[in-house]
Design a protein around this ligand. Sequence first.
Ligand code: SAM
Length: 219
Amino acid sequence: MNDESRRPDTSAPHDTPAAWTFFRQWLKNPRAMASLAPSSRQLAAQMVAQLPKGARRIVELGAGTGVFTRALIEHGIAPGDLLVVELNAELYALLRRRFPESNVVHGDACDLAEIAHTSGFAEPGGVDAVISGLGFLAMPRSLQKRILQAVFSVLGADKPLIQFTYGPSNPLPRDLLTELGLGVRRGGFAWRNVPPATVYVYTRNRSTPIRAVRPGEAG
Ligand SMILES: C[S@@+](CC[C@H](N)C(=O)[O-])C[C@H]1O[C@@H](n2cnc3c(N)ncnc32)[C@H](O)[C@@H]1O
């Protein structure tokens, strides 16, 4: 192992202004941001490595400064085949500037079904994977459930939700996964990320159709 590979990879050195923008958003709303700094390139590579073979149309939730977005494009996903959803207005504006050819939406992951419909990503089987940077650990169960329902309403059978966590295990409650008929496997570990992060891959059991729930509707 050389000195270079020992060094933590924060991705910040080449992207300091964006890292500051991210940090300022964390100061304003630590719960929604769930992290002090953007993810590392190592974690982005581990997330992208979980894409199904031949994946074309991808949704990204909670894109932040676009570390995963960039990795997806470098992996070969066409910018126009990316639907990027970001809740924070300042980060949304940054993403729009950085990825003008992608479908960048200022919106809430809970509303993914409607957003996908409006953006032309809603046809059955149309989305090959959802990559998420959302901080599920900091969310109440009801919000986790709404987001999972929205995600799996746009994903075809066998298509994955790819998620990372800083926690020691899968960040979603087991009983919620059982209720929604979802399976999970560990995908990878980015030890050079700060803090180190684990990638998990969620898929739906074939016999479990999931539809999105609108606000006010019982989930
Ligand atoms: C931990 S950061 C991850 C950012 C980026 N993916 C990365 O890895 O560097 C979480 C991001 O999710 C966004 N976010 C939080 N709640 C959201 C929601 N309900 N819908 C869409 N984005 C959300 C935050 O604004 C923030 O940019």
